[in-house]
Unconditional design. Sequence first.
Length: 369
Amino acid sequence: MADPDRFTPLPAQAPPSSSAGPLAWVRANLLSSPLNVAMTLGVLYLLVSIVPGIIDWAILKATVSGDGPNACDATEGACWTFIRLRFDFFIYGFYPEPERWRVDVVLGLLLLVVGPQFLSRFPGKKWIGLFGLTAFPLIVAMLLMGGLFGLPEVETGKWGGLMLTLVLSYVGIVAALPIGVALALGRRSTMPVIRAICVIFIEIWRGVPLISVLFMASVMLPLFLPEGVNFDKLLRALIGIIMFQSAYMAEVVRGGLQGIPKGQYEAADALGLGYWKGMGLVILPQALKMVIPGIVNTFIALFKDTTLVLIIGLLDVLATVQASIVDPAWGNVATEGYLFAAFCFWVFCFGMSRYSQSLERKLHTGHKR
């Protein structure tokens, strides 16, 4: 019988380059078939044809310096001077300049609240998230509106730009999720009256476009209110956005609830849990985890739908760009303006998408293939 001590283990060796590494990835994903080879060559041709021109226009021949529209008269590239000089308007709208520090404080607090959520490990992460859902909106309202603690009051009609977009989307996201969960539970309720109310609410709000909801909230609603009673225009827009997105969120959550096996409900009952404890501890955590992509997709749609508040006279970041490019003094700067607006939306939407993917990986329990 051979002595096992006589055998020495071979040193670890790297896999062959044909099965691992960049070359293997290129061969497997880009050159695996004649069709993939043709598509790869076509994409490379487009990149070579388009990218140098974009770099030349956006960087090499672009103009950044200057103090007015005349700085871009002789340029053949992008006029980034327009973005630089109108940047404050794109961020703050008509918010009074001496009080813009309040907006800066709000944006800084927003970064401190949202930033830790993108980190896998951060001390007090849960408490920061709870603060962002409860006290933070109240602090934002106090700072931006003023009228308390000696802060001058600023009318919501002067709010605009990226600040307004973030306010509408953040408040809409924070409020639409719990209302949508409640509507989803109500639609699956065994009580006919509650189920009927939730079904009617969801189907009515899902059956009309958001632009008509905002129009009704701004123009038609005051006609039905008693004389002397009036709501702030921004508040009416927020209510319309929240109700509209809550109906869509309810259907997303209902899909998750329907995907939970019946055995999970029976397990909650076997543990002696009541309806609310069973939902809160067993059913809803699983359902919400299953529909994270759908929830984030609804949030992204909400963020982009905030551009529709232009119809009621509120200027979000896209509306401020549109209001600036029509200035005849600047000439043709529409491309630069819309690129700036698109970049703003892409940054936040891409951030939400990446966060949802990291959250899915963190909550993954191995039940999916």
